[in-house]
Design a protein. Sequence first.
Length: 469
Amino acid sequence: MGGGESGSDRVARRDDAVRAAVAHGLLGPEAPIIALLDVPGIKASAAELRAAFDAVTAPGTPVLHAFAVKATPLVPVLRLLHEHGIGAEVASPGELALARAAGVPPSETVLDSPAKTITELREALALGIAVNADNPQELDRLNGLVGDLPHGPNGGPAGSPHPRSPIGIRVNPQVGGGSIEALSTATATSKFGVALRDEGAREWIVQAYADRPWLTRLHAHTGSQGIPLSLMARGIAETYALAEEINRRVGRQQIDTLDIGGGLPVNFGSDVTTPTYAQYARLLAEAVPGLFDGRYGLVTEFGRSLLAKHGTVVARVEYAKSAGGRPVAVTHAGVQIATRTVYAPGSWPLRIAAYDTEGRPKAGPDVVQDIAGPACFAGDLLAEGRALPLLEQGDYAAALDTGAYYFAHHYAYNSLARPGVYGFASVEGGNANGNGGTDVRFAVVREQQGVEEIVAESGGARPTALTAL
Ligand SMILES: *Cc1c(COP(=O)(O)O)cnc(C)c1O
């Protein structure tokens, strides 16, 4: 396979980080839950993504890898990725603001979203951010906005307006769904994009490009967790075939860039990274060779696959009890950081690692137990009936592969605080006691939320708002 770092390196870094977090007091009785980000791991994934597509594209092909901000909407993460050659895919004013705060330039930012307002579209065009229109009504809005722009020389026929923003249309190739209905974007009735196989849709799209010389991109995002790679490749092959048809029928290379979306699934079952970006890029190069021959620039929008395996939530076991003969570890990690897992455990199982009171991997025979969260409903379980070394009071339970769509997606149930997020990296050759070995350096990405902040965002500034009505 080549290039990829091994899962065992990642496990060693994680174990060092958990132990050091306890030693440094980042984790303990007064800070019973934290989230950790493996900075060397994130850098390695960014490098693997770039190398995978470099290996299959013709030299000189413009390729923008735009990280799907929704996966991990944290400014320092976006900045780190940007410094390692990755832009940003945004889908709301908030996500755009995060990308801008991280210093991601408009030329490396892509705006998707099925519900862009006129104000959002106008701002994106003013900044020169790439926009993918979701539907005919959005394209109508863009007509008006593009018509208001200054006219210029290189945007198509003489005198026609040409936005600085590259603009495309999102299509849904309707190739079918995967094992998780809520994440299947290419079903016949998906809410995203123009449904390509619907009656008349293909003709409408070709005409839309023929009428608008400023439409230069075509976008599809056919996957996410649970979609087989072969199905994703089919979606991209159909999108490519449409671009070829449009260019043939308008008589020029009007579509110059294809945005192939993200959606590479993540292996939540072990520490091995599979599938890899290299595997996916090779599969695409075999299935759709014309996509990589240099006639098209490429945009990708990976989210989960860049960050999931580099995040860990570590929570203290506040109490260890037993109910109906089953041991239950009551921890501080539950529905507030693992919402999908708690509400849909069949689709989103998480691996749990057991650490002792000093943050060392816990040894001992496996015992079937529940790992519960702090929220006040019975279903608040991180894992049910899981075989692990017995978690006891003061131990730590770590929820693995939670770097995307977990701790950065806080759910405010029970007004539970957002945990602090720390990035870590190893420092070789010296620990805090000066006696050699590996120590770990931490950087605060986000402070733990304080109760004042919880009160403030819960209407705390206007306690009498309703009594005075
Ligand atoms: C969510 C999303 C992505 C990222 O998907 P992942 O499964 O996290 O890779 C990319 N593009 C669009 C349009 C999305 O909505």
